[in-house]
Design a protein. Structure first.
Length: 214
């Protein structure tokens, strides 16, 4: 589990490709100090496991499912990525609960200034937009952001100068592909409301009354 607060911008030093998977060697001199082999690290919002560690970086394995479902499919050596270590029970939740499991990818459509903020409009699949609410949360390349506006096929987020300076959204422009993860809470609520738990008929007013909630 992560918070969506980026700790360091890492650099892809090498990509060791297999048939349908690959290994990323990432330079991250600050983050690696607090990382051990087996730890989870969010790379552009994707939860990956540290397999080896060096003096100034670490390596992670990327399995076929991740390759096809995220923007790591087009990653190149030398690119910069957002990094965050997994949260602990004593961590400050400065962002929101981010699982590191990407729901879909989107494309930056436009970037525009609004006083000290930067508004970013991103195309988004229905698998993401169905869970959006105004002023709710979304993770974009692992960055916890507030939903300013949204529609069936897009979302608009706003970032302050600090966020622009310490994450990849500061320099990614229109056409760039980003990983999107909707708020985890919305997914659980949908599942319980639809009755998928134990194949029940769903949450109804009669059910609430029966159990003393209404």
């Amino acid at each position: 589990m992560f918070t969506g607060i980026i700790e360091e911008l890492g650099k892809i030093q090498a990509i060791r490709r297999g048939a349908d998977q690959f290994v990323l060697d990432i330079k991250a001199p600050q983050l690696v100090i607090g990382v051990e082999i087996g730890d989870s690290v969010a790379v552009n919002g994707i939860c990956l496991t540290v397999t080896t560690k060096t003096r100034d970086g670490f390596a992670v394995d990327v399995m076929p499912e991740t390759v096809t479902k995220t923007n790591l499919d087009n990653i190149k050596s030398g690119e910069t990525v957002n990094l965050e270590r997994a949260m602990t029970m004593s961590s400050r939740l400065g962002g929101h609960m981010v699982s590191g499991h990407v729901d879909g990818v989107g494309t930056i459509m436009s970037k525009s200034k609004a006083e000290n903020a930067l508004l970013i409009r991103i195309s988004a699949p229905e698998a993401v937009t169905r869970y959006l609410i105004g002023r709710g949360s979304i993770a974009v390349d692992g960055i916890s952001l507030t939903v300013m506006d949204y529609g069936d096929e897009y979302v608009v987020v706003s970032i302050i100068p600090h966020t622009a300076s310490v994450t990849t959204l500061g320099f990614k422009g229109p056409g760039a592909i980003v990983n999107l993860e909707a708020d985890l809470i919305g997914k659980y609520i949908e599942k319980f409301m639809s009755g998928q738990q134990k194949k029940t008929p769903g949450l109804t007013l009669d059910t609430l009354r029966e159990h003393g909630f209404a």
